[in-house]
Design a protein around this ligand. Structure first.
Ligand code: GLU
Length: 506
């Protein structure tokens, strides 16, 4: 039977990176096995589901390149089918109507998602099978329903026995029936609840493998009971390890804010393929231990067997804006920026420059070769696409900022550069041709003649020409900026040094 997997997010807020990782693993598994990857929006919580959130899920998947097969399914559209299935189970005596008035219903037994509470009840000896309506005669139940008395529908779970399944990641799992309450399938307003909807939809969509977060393990036992009551074939289950915050706590939207949202990475200049690669390594590693993998390599290497059982940790530093994301994610992004085919990178840089009013149409026309060579040189040290418009601004505009630390280190401490840099400009101005090698020879010659180290001129020039303390080889920078801009910028420091003197900074 060919593999059919699905990603089934609830559209309540932005796309969490843990959910994006589930989507990716499902997608990789489908690609690997030649199966289908389906998308189902679980929008049955009408109060919390929003169109905006659905949009951000779809956009997020598109950004990661995870295209889905077949038509998008909205779970709310299937509510009638969910109700019909519950009613059929009632008719077959596998579920029952619970007429307990709402006020008397213990909230804890209504909320299906909170499994721990159910377990706590089991430990306290609460008898899950004590519901007086469990064994109400069918006729009596039908009569009360026909009379308009409100009721919830619950699955009738046997008193003794246990569910078991072999999780493809976590191995054999079992749970005593006594730990599982008679789960609510339909609320008294007729609203189908999560476990029912998910099972009916998974059956309907022909899902063969349910791959989702480990936080759903408890639900899986309940869902298995439903599959059995419905006489349906069980899918395979594979649960994915959680992604935790650096302090090993839960990585939550509420606590960690935008760090947890996939769109943050798009908006802060991640290359989608790099983030996809990074996400793939959160809880899985290829047999060879290689880290930078193309999408084809990810597909070829992916296997559920190599998913880890221990949680993955997302290593950002809370409250430290310099470390707003995981170090490895940033390293991965830098690797992609540095090594990916330049033709794939150019459109992303174009978008970034355009958004910052730094794009010139000439870069696509007469200055295209220049643009490509500038990108080739400056991409070596950048971590995000944002760096092209921030640290890289001096390559695309004369209006750029000076990094304070760079000014302190390379200019402020070296007042003699006030004369030396314009002196260097005079030498560079005479060069013909002006290129990496001639600029290097001129700078080294001038350093010797002036009795200073070449490094002094190199560092001073770098800060004067780019505003930064670090960057590509200075001679490449001269060559990219060209003779005119290099000379002008070296000279432009004079009033600047004077101003520093005037305020007594030097
Ligand atoms: N809608 C559920 C969630 O967002 C996932 C359901 C599932 O994958 O079975 O957590």
């Amino acid at each position: 039977m060919s593999v059919r997997v699905r990603f089934a997010p609830s559209p309540t807020g932005y796309l969490h990176i843990g959910a994006a990782r589930s989507a990716l693993f499902n997608w990789l598994y489908a690609k690997k096995t030649g199966g289908k990857f389906l998308l189902r929006i679980e929008d049955t919580d009408l109060q919390r589901s929003t169109d905006e959130s659905t949009r951000s899920i779809i956009d997020g998947l598109e950004w990661l390149g995870l295209s889905y097969d077949e038509e998008l399914v909205f779970q709310s559209a299937n509510a009638d089918k969910h109700r019909a299935a519950a009613n059929k189970l009632v008719a077959e005596g596998k579920a029952y109507r619970d007429f307990t008035p709402k006020a008397e219903r213990n909230d804890a037994t209504v909320k299906q998602g909170i499994a721990d509470r159910a377990r706590a009840h089991a430990a306290e000896g609460v008898d899950h099978r004590s519901n007086p309506f469990r064994d109400l005669a069918g006729e009596e139940s039908d009569k009360r329903a026909a009379a308009g008395e409100p009721f919830a529908v619950r699955l009738k779970i046997a008193s003794d026995g246990k569910t078991h399944f072999d999780d493809m990641v976590y191995g054999p799992q079992e749970r005593e029936y006594s730990e599982i309450e008679d789960l609510v399938l339909l609320r008294s307003d007729g609203h189908p609840l999560y476990n029912l909807s998910v099972v009916i939809d998974d059956i309907e969509m022909g899902i063969t493998h349910v791959i989702r977060g480990q936080d759903h393990l408890t639900n899986t036992h309940k869902q298995i009971l439903l599959y059995q009551a419905l006489g349906a074939r069980l899918p395979h289950f594979a649960h994915l390890p959680l992604i935790l915050a650096p302090n090993k706590g839960k990585l939550s939207k509420r606590k960690h804010g935008e760090v947890v949202s996939l769109t943050t990475y798009r908006d802060r200049g991640f290359v989608p393929a790099a983030f996809r690669n990074f996400l793939a390594l959160l809880g899985w590693s290829p047999a060879e231990g290689k880290e930078v993998l193309s999408v084809d390599e990810l597909i070829a290497e992916f296997s559920l067997e190599h998913i880890h059982r221990s949680p993955a940790v997302f290593n950002f530093q809370e409250n430290d804006p310099r470390h707003w994301t995981d170090e490895k994610a940033l390293w991965m992004n830098a690797e992609y920026i540095r090594t990916m085919p330049v033709d794939d990178l150019l459109p992303m840089i174009k978008a970034e420059l355009r958004a910052n009013k730094l794009w010139r149409e000439e870069y696509d026309e007469d200055d295209h070769d220049w643009f490509v060579s500038a990108v080739q040189v400056i991409r070596q040290r950048f971590h995000t696409l944002k760096d092209f418009s921030a640290q890289g601004r001096a390559y695309f505009s004369d209006d750029f900022d000076f990094d304070e630390a760079a000014v302190n280190k390379n200019l402020r401490k070296e007042p003699k550069l006030k004369e030396l840099l314009p002196g260097l400009a005079d030498h560079l101005e005479k060069l013909d041709p002006f290129n990496h090698d001639t600029a290097e020879a001129a700078l080294r010659g001038f350093a010797e003649e002036s009795g200073v180290k070449a490094g002094l001129l190199i560092n001073g020039s770098r800060t004067m020409l780019t505003g930064q303390a670090v960057g590509p080889s200075m001679f490449e920078v001269f060559a990219i900026l060209g003779q005119k801009r290099s000379v002008e910028r070296l000279r432009s420091g004079v009033p600047w040094f004077d101003a520093m003197n005037a305020v007594g900074d030097v």
